[in-house]
Ligand binder design. Structure first.
Ligand code: P6P
Length: 334
């Protein structure tokens, strides 16, 4: 039986391979792993406690906030604050970013963006949900509180990104820019263990993932591309939880789309704490992540914490074919 490699061991080993690494990012990643374990406990027993159900408030996405959302947000903040390496957090559950106090007078050099519990509408019906996070080096002075400038950096400036999928098992997938690795939580020992080393997304797959219910609300070229997917006999798989839909594509290939609609003319998904972290992971696994204007998501200018974007991401060959399809169609239309 091959040796178990825990997340902590992997992070420390990886750090030794990065000459300038100081251990700060490693500590931050380990604390996110602890927050994920704590959130996992509550997610796995959500049906039993009082934690199910709506919290009778709305977040910035306009989603009805579930109690588990609030719990997950509080735990992410608690453990990131404990790390001493994070000076501020932007979260789907917070109107503005929050500044974290220094720990033991140590200057914190990183900020974290997070969707603490993505896909929360699935919670009450026992369908997979996830946590998404992205990590940036702060750009403001380490002697001052963090500023908005620390958070509105382009996605290509992320030093790390990851997600946790609370599904049939709980898996943490992350990258620091040198490939993507997956760690499955072993409940017997309470550790995330390396289960999917060096994840590489298939060049193409048999799935397309889009909310077909909005078909008539998409722009014409998007509708024609979705028709094309159907003509190719691709299979539609859509869970309504971005982490779950992307995780499938990471291993089986395919394409995920959330185009603009009349309700969301800029797209629904949030650039800062959904699209950018997932885009870094997708690209690091060999996939492609663009918006419906065919622009690389990680290069998009970020102006606001809760800025929205359209999203097309997945297998490189399939996204390329989508780009060519839309360019041909738009050329004809002009
Ligand atoms: P719709 C969940 O609320 C989320 O932010 C993503 O995880 C998911 O991909 C999308 O919204 C689902 O949105 O409009 O299809 O329900």
């Amino acid at each position: 039986m091959s040796k178990i490699v825990t997340l902590d061991e992997f992070i420390i080993k990886s750090q030794k391979e990065i000459t300038h690494a100081t251990g700060e990012l490693s500590r931050l990643l380990r604390d996110i792993g602890i927050a994920a374990k704590v959130i996992n406990v509550e997610v796995n027993k959500a049906g039993l406690g009082e934690i199910l159900g709506a919290a009778q408030k709305e977040n910035n996405t306009g989603d009805n906030v579930q109690k588990l959302d609030i719990f997950s947000n509080e735990k992410m903040i608690e453990f990131l604050a404990n790390s001493g390496e994070c000076c501020g957090i932007a979260s789907e559950e917070l109107d503005e970013f929050v500044t974290l106090p220094n720990v033991l007078d140590k200057d914190a050099n990183y900020i974290v963006v997070t969707d603490p519990l993505d896909g929360s509408s699935n919670i009450d019906v026992n369908v997979s949900v996830g946590t998404i996070f992205g990590i940036y080096k702060r750009v403001s002075s380490p002697k001052e509180d963090c500023t908005l400038a620390d958070f509105i950096q382009k996605g290509c400036e992320q030093v790390a990104a990851g997600y946790v999928l609370y599904g049939t098992s709980t898996i943490l997938v992350y990258t620091t820019g040198n490939g993507v690795n997956g760690f499955t939580l072993d409940p017997a020992i309470g550790e995330f263990c390396l289960s999917h080393p060096n994840i590489k997304m298939p060049e193409r797959g048999n799935y397309y993932s889009v909310n077909q219910g909005y078909y008539l609300k998409f722009d014409l070229e998007m509708r024609r591309y979705i028709d094309h997917c159907s003509d190719l006999n691709l299979r539609l798989r859509y869970i309504g939880s971005m982490v779950s839909d992307i995780h499938r594509i990471m291993f089986q290939g395919g394409i995920f789309l959330y185009p603009n609609t009349r309700k969301y003319p800029q797209g629904k998904l949030r650039l800062l704490y959904e699209a950018n972290p997932i885009s870094m992971i997708v690209e690091q696994a060999g996939g492609t992540a663009i918006n419906t204007k065919l622009e690389r998501i990680l290069d998009l200018d970020v102006h606001k914490i809760h800025q929205r974007t359209t999203v097309v991401m997945g297998s490189k060959a399939m996204v390329q074919e989508m780009k060519e399809f839309v360019q041909r169609y738009s050329a004809i239309e002009i």
